[in-house]
Write a protein that binds this ligand. Sequence first.
Ligand SMILES: [Zn+2]
Ligand SMILES: [Zn+2]
Length: 338
Amino acid sequence: MKATMLYGPRDVRFEERPDPTIIQPTDAILRISAACVCGSDLWPYRGIEPTTQPRPMGHEYVGIVETVGSAVKNIQPGQFVVGSFATSDNTCPHCQHGYQSSCEQREFMSAAQAPLLRVPQADGTLVATPHIPSENLIPSLLTASDVLGTGWFAADAANVKPGATVVVVGDGAVGLLGALSAKQMGAERIIVMSRHETRQKLALEFGATDIVTERGDEGVARIKELTRGLGADSVLECVGTQESLMQSIRATRPGGHVGFVGVFHGVEIPGGEFFFSHVHLHGGPAPVRRYLPKLIDLILSQKIDPGKVFDLRLPLDQVAEGYRAMDERRAIKALLLP
Ligand SMILES: [Zn+2]
Ligand SMILES: [Zn+2]
């Protein structure tokens, strides 16, 4: 098969690779129906995360099960499945507490920007849909694999409750779907911080009530103005930089919650300020597997349409253009079709 490899900064190649095979008896092989480029793929693409040797790319996937290993009990060939970017047995203590992305057997997926994919811990990692879904639902199901699951976790970790005032920091796919998640959880006011017109429009479609274009201290001042000087009940931090985290903590009211899902790069939390803030902080790699059954239900019953975050569709062999378009912010998220 031909699959996606990253050789170094801005060097994505679609090239001949061996077909994946069953290695462990708990593995499954999927024929990918759709994959995509993730905002987090841009960290190594831009060279901010070093690439020491060519690496297979892609961790968001849906597909049809081709074969399963001898120990796989629940997942069967022919099923349409959605999996998380982190594998999980779904039975260890961390999984039972709902933190499947800290599973004792966790592996981070890669190599999904390909026609075929090996998924370890298939029974615990994959969730099958009741029927083969219609083609138009596939992009939305694909978002459940990471960006929707991650946005949902951001809202859950930020303790979004009915009637809450919510702020979303970050207007990438995760932030936009964080706004959608907060809406589903009954938030009354959803303020999205964004400077890009197409992203602002999508945020409003997903349930945002206000857009704030200011950043940093000015952004915090604007949030305070909009919340009678209090700050928000819940803030979703979907970027992962020092500035975005401090903006999130400072925009939260005393006693409020920040849910952080932007992978931290060079972030330090100043202890003194944090101590006196009275703000709860919770986040990390989203336990997407915990939410998959609910998210799949919401998508199949067409209560939500998160697939709208894909504003670029490409055949898989043009994957390099997907990276370029996202890097240059010409696209929010690129869908790849084998
Ligand atoms: Zn991702
Ligand atoms: Zn586990």
